[in-house]
Design a protein around this ligand. Structure first.
Ligand code: IPM
Ligand code: MG
Length: 360
């Protein structure tokens, strides 16, 4: 199996390095070989080539079975021309690879319930949800967009636009995901105000006719933001458009305790998928061996699970082994700074990965 690896910026390099150690180990254990090739993206690509997504990177990604990404961005590139910001690299590769579905699971590790920001009685009801975020449409990509002069003042605009085929295919991903889980799908929109949301809701309802066993509900995004902190246990799968999904998935992740724990998968119609932690490049702690590598390690587990097919063989066992090793490491009381807890052992990025390897 060929994996294109893009460490990116900030803590990206250190967390990806640890995740690759885990990948190698799991390969040894299960007799699989993973061929990895590194590619540039984001700020480090800007520094090396003048742009955040070199052609060479797109080529390497397209030739791979899966892509593993660290994180992009940092203050160094904050004042750069917006057209070549590091984030453009990430948006660009999602588009190039046709990765229209972003799966962001947020569940509470029982070991980390003390790190959870919600009241214990709310946490006791459990958090185990999946945000299915549309990733290649909406206001992120819609045109026209820009900043221009109108009547003597600057006007900024973007276009939240969806065609029905885009809504239909992401709705299907939501329903299929719900089928494998607790069979509940909540579609989040702003249909009381936005036309694009009215179409969203109509199409989701049309798709639901093929999924009579799934309990479909609709929620306005402002209410969803509130319900996520009031009672996250009510959610199984949430399906929503790009910008709403960006915001709600951060919220869903942090209520589990730390954004440093959660992996994500971006998938499209075929290969490769792209797998990355949902957190950013954390420039404030970069290069200090403080970052939590677990979200990236868990992204490797997702990579194995979602890339498995006739060519690579079923890799559910490999994925489960990684997840179990992570859980055991938490049980042993090891914590990085973001999930630090009294009575637990504070460790760095490398030591955390050492423990996962030992548990593997
Ligand atoms: C994410 C990030 C990205 C996004 C940024 C870095 C472009 O916030 O993956 O959620 O907004 O999609
Ligand atoms: Mg985000």
């Amino acid at each position: 199996m060929k994996i294109c690896v893009m460490p990116g910026d900030g803590i990206g390099r250190e967390i990806v390095a640890q995740a690759l150690r885990v990948l190698t180990k799991v390969g040894q254990k299960y007799g699989k070989t993973f061929e990895t090739e590194e590619a540039l993206i984001g700020g480090s690509a800007i520094d090396a080539t003048g742009g955040p997504l070199p052609d060479e990177t797109v080529k390497l990604c397209k030739a791979a079975d899966a892509v593993l990404l660290g994180a992009v961005g940092g203050p160094k590139w904050d004042t750069i021309d917006p057209a070549i910001r590091p984030e453009r690299g990430l948006l660009g590769i999602r588009k190039e690879l046709g990765l229209f579905a972003n799966l962001r699971p947020a569940s509470l590790f029982p070991e980390l319930k003390h790190a959870c920001f919600l009241r214990p009685d709310i946490v006791a009801k459990g958090i185990d949800l999946l945000v299915v975020r549309e990733l290649t449409g909406g206001a992120y990509f819609g045109t026209p967009k820009g900043i221009e002069m109108r009547d003597g003042e600057r006007v900024g605009f973007n276009n939240m636009i969806y065609s029905e085929h885009e809504i239909r295919r992401i709705a299907k991903v939501g329903f299929e995901a719900a089928k494998k889980r607790r069979k509940k799908l909540c579609s989040v929109d702003k249909a009381n105000v936005l036309d694009v949301s009215r179409l969203w809701r109509e199409v989701v309802i049309e798709v639901s006719r093929d999924y009579p066993d799934i309990e479909l509900s609709h929620m306005y995004v402002d209410n969803a933001a509130m319900q996520l902190v009031r009672d996250p246990s009510q959610f199984d799968v949430i399906v929503t458009e790009n910008l709403f999904g960006d915001i709600l998935s951060d919220e869903a992740s942090v209520i589990t305790g730390s954004i440093g724990m959660l992996p994500s998968a971006s998938v499209g119609a075929g290969r490769p998928g792209l797998f990355e932690p949902i957190h950013g490049s954390a420039p404030d702690i970069a290069g200090q061996n403080k970052a939590n590598p677990l979200a990236t390690i868990l992204s490797v587990a997702m990579l194995l699970r979602y890339t498995a097919d006739e060519k690579t063989g079923d890799m559910a066992a490999e994925a489960a082994a990684i997840e179990a090793a992570v859980q055991k490491t938490l049980q042993q009381g090891l914590r990085t700074g973001d999930i630090r807890e009294e009575g637990c052992k504070l460790v760095g990025c490398v030591e955390m990965a050492d423990a996962v390897l030992a548990n593997l």
